[in-house]
Design a binder for this molecule. Sequence first.
Ligand SMILES: [Ca+2]
Ligand SMILES: [Ca+2]
Ligand SMILES: [Ca+2]
Length: 191
Amino acid sequence: MKKLLILALSLSASTLTLAQTVTYLGAPDTIDDNNLATPLCTTVTMPGSATVSSANFVQVDFAATHSWVGDLHITLESPTGTVIMLRDRGGVTGDSSNLDAANPISFFDTAANAIADIGANCTNTEIIGVDCPEVEFVPTEPLSTFNTEAAAGTWTLCVADGAGGDTGDLTSWSMVGDGSLPVELQTFSID
Ligand SMILES: [Ca+2]
Ligand SMILES: [Ca+2]
Ligand SMILES: [Ca+2]
């Protein structure tokens, strides 16, 4: 009876998956105003030997202060060197609503909202995640672009501001995986 109980617990533990997060832990840093050519780039280093898949690399969280979210242009580069666009400012005038550090936005491929619609239900002076509920977005290019690449190594998130007048700081960002990615809290560096 005792042996059967131990076996059941062991099987349960081996199939358990837990959300894990690798996080940029730096102090807030200014995103240069109206300067797409010089983004603020920060990195996290992921240990281990896992391969990225849609099942285990699920989300990127991004927190910043900014008085015009539509100014922001955000990319993520894998250890292999593949770059995807999370939010493409391009030449388009973006939404004027605000971000604050306490209300991060999330990118994942199955989110309910297109990133192009960020801030659509907040006014110029309102805060996304406080005054309008939409904080989960499908990135401009899918995170599944990284599928089959090695997860271990340096991941780089770059954020730039593409229009003058409104400014802000990057405050933190995270990559969220499930238990099959060997992620843990990491330090960061600024290029
Ligand atoms: Ca708005
Ligand atoms: Ca604003
Ligand atoms: Ca700006």
